[in-house]
Design a binder for this molecule. Structure first.
Ligand SMILES: [Zn+2]
Length: 270
């Protein structure tokens, strides 16, 4: 299978999630026989159907933190990929909060769904996880959930960085050293700095240091949608000289050639 990155959503933050101005079903990465599903937020199952992705083919789920727009549909996706637990399969890599809880927060993962999986792995920054030909290294993040991680996903053909939700911090670029492609949760527009998140201003700082071949911005909040992510991507590209795409719901990106095409399908097709 040709490697592919498919966005089942590009929205983030309260209003965009609540109104579904952008979808929030996470990101799919297909590589050989593996299908990775990153941060399955609300609507994952609906968006998978809308964009023609079979979640039964998921082999790995990666969940970066316990905010609704990242983990809400995790149990539902596990249910789909294990046929309600009939087939024990798949790996869940989740941050500590999602899997174990935090102070007065219960874990998001139910005991039933944990038992449906072949393996549940706690993602800790810097601790390498090897799955078939793919290596996954959780990366540091600075966000409300103190256990938040991003991911560096290393395949024999490309290396992909996913920042998850984080604010910019000193040394952040080192977490993504050698990444060909960066997926950046660029919640806000230029000059709209916000605690715990990245705006286009910090995305520029990060890209100037990491220098990937391709940057994909996504996880847009209201200020970003109002500013227009396409204009923001254009300005980021101008300032960094890094090819930058503003992701759209359902977009397919070829991680080898960096070409993108719309994967939009209407539900009426079914
Ligand atoms: Zn968050």
């Amino acid at each position: 299978m040709q490697p592919k990155i498919i966005f089942l959503g590009t929205g983030g933050a309260r209003i965009v999630v609540a109104k579904q101005f952008r979808a929030t079903g996470g990101i799919i990465i297909q590589y050989d026989n593996d299908q990775l599903h990153i941060d399955p937020g609300p609507g994952s199952l609906v968006r998978a159907r809308q964009f023609d992705i079979n979640l039964e083919k998921n082999t790995v789920i990666l969940v970066s933190h316990n905010h609704l727009d990242h983990c809400n549909d995790m149990n539902a996706v596990i249910d789909v990929m294990t046929k309600g637990g009939i087939i024990k399969r798949g790996v869940l890599i989740g941050n500590k909060t999602v899997l174990k809880g935090l102070k007065d927060e219960y874990p998001y993962l139910t005991n039933h769904h944990a038992k449906c999986l072949q393996k549940v792995i706690v993602a800790e920054a810097g601790k390498r996880i090897k799955l078939n030909e793919i290596n996954i290294i959780p990366t540091k993040a600075k966000h409300d959930d103190p256990n938040t991680v991003g991911f560096r996903i290393i395949t024999p053909k490309f290396t992909l960085g996913y920042t998850s939700d984080t604010e910019y911090f000193r040394g952040m670029d080192k977490e993504y050293k050698g990444c060909d492609i960066m997926i950046i949760n660029n919640l806000r527009a230029f000059g709209k700095k916000y605690k715990g998140h990245l705006s286009s201003t910090e995305t520029v700082k990060l890209l100037q240091k990491v220098k990937p071949k391709l940057a994909i911005i996504q996880h847009f909040g209201m200020t970003m949608l109002k500013a227009n992510p396409v204009y923001e991507a254009r300005e980021i590209q101008k300032q960094t000289k890094v090819q930058t795409i503003a992701a759209t719901d359902g977009i397919h990106i070829d991680p080898i050639s960096y070409s993108a095409k719309s994967g939009q399908k209407t539900l009426s097709a079914y």
